[in-house]
Write a protein that binds this ligand. Sequence first.
Ligand SMILES: Nc1ncnc2c1ncn2[C@@H]1O[C@H](COP(=O)(O)OP(=O)(O)OP(=O)(O)O)[C@@H](O)[C@H]1O
Ligand SMILES: [Mg+2]
Length: 352
Amino acid sequence: MGSERDLVSAEAEGDERLIEAALRPKRLEEFIGQARVREQLSLVLHSALRRNRPPDHVLMSGSPGLGKTTLSMIIATELGVPLRITSGPALERAGDLAAILSTLSEGEVLFIDEIHRMARPAEEMLYLAMEDFRVDIVVGKGPGATAIPLEIAPFTLVGATTRAGLLPAPLRDRFGFVAHMDFYEAEELEQVLQRSSRLLGLELPGDAAREIAGRSRGTPRIANRLLRRVRDFAEVRAEGVITKDVAAAALNLYEVDAQGLDRLDRAVLGVLLRRFGGGPVGLSTLAVAVGEEPETVEVVAEPFLVRQGLLARTPRGRVATAAAWIHMGLTPPPDAFGASVVADLTDQDENS
Ligand SMILES: Nc1ncnc2c1ncn2[C@@H]1O[C@H](COP(=O)(O)OP(=O)(O)OP(=O)(O)O)[C@@H](O)[C@H]1O
Ligand SMILES: [Mg+2]
């Protein structure tokens, strides 16, 4: 039984990746939200086109699913140049990178996803390539080794990272433009949902879009995913008609709560509150307790929980706020983190 379910979900996953790719905006003007990044990028691209030179290297930083890969593809499309895609973990040895760099065509965009996970030797090779469009190929070993410089075609590096803080300064400094991708406003996510519905041939009333957007954690990928779950639910249980209530029922079924917390977020909070009395507790202990990698907890769950004011990162560890206790339907202890802040805010509300 288990394996049959696994197969079904794996097939669904494969299908979903294709759908996700099909939903990507292809041009800058189709890209919703991130107004500042869009304007900045548009200037960088247009001036490069005007000068007929490859634009400066671009670093995109932001949480998963905010559109970094999408925007990288758009950069190549807008410039009308080919795009080469690789990722930090794939660049284990300097040779892996040299093989790519030496075969770039003039003006090509090289996209390195998860650039913070590149191995050290490749990283050092990249410094030189970014600055001088040159790589040093080391021949031989030990004292007799020599570096043979090799010219490479001028290219544009687009790096994407969920962890800009982990990038070594020398690498970060070599990017001419850093695009900081923020979480999306609910109205922007409604637009994303309307656009995706159009492409998927779905009828999405405004209040249903609002319901889904409010649970999408400020993230277009999640908005699109929730839309597909709502569509499934509507097809099977509501004759294909999506309404606000159908959307809410579907998302409750998939354990996405009204504030957008999913199973992992609630697991993290649940463990933090019930097992560790609200903390402080270290990230790795917390991760083990929920059965996830520390990086998953740190990159996927925490930014949202912090942004929602449910969790705080302190030097002594992760701490649940008073709001977290309340959100999980528990009574916060009097000394809960942020209890006074909650009280202050309530005072302010009363005063204003
Ligand atoms: N501004 C946007 N407008 C419309 N759709 C968007 C936008 N940004 C992202 N999307 C949708 O969200 C999905 C995820 O975006 P993308 O893959 O670019 O995110 P990412 O930042 O690269 O994530 P990761 O860090 O996981 O690689 C895309 O398939 C796309 O359909
Ligand atoms: Mg990506």
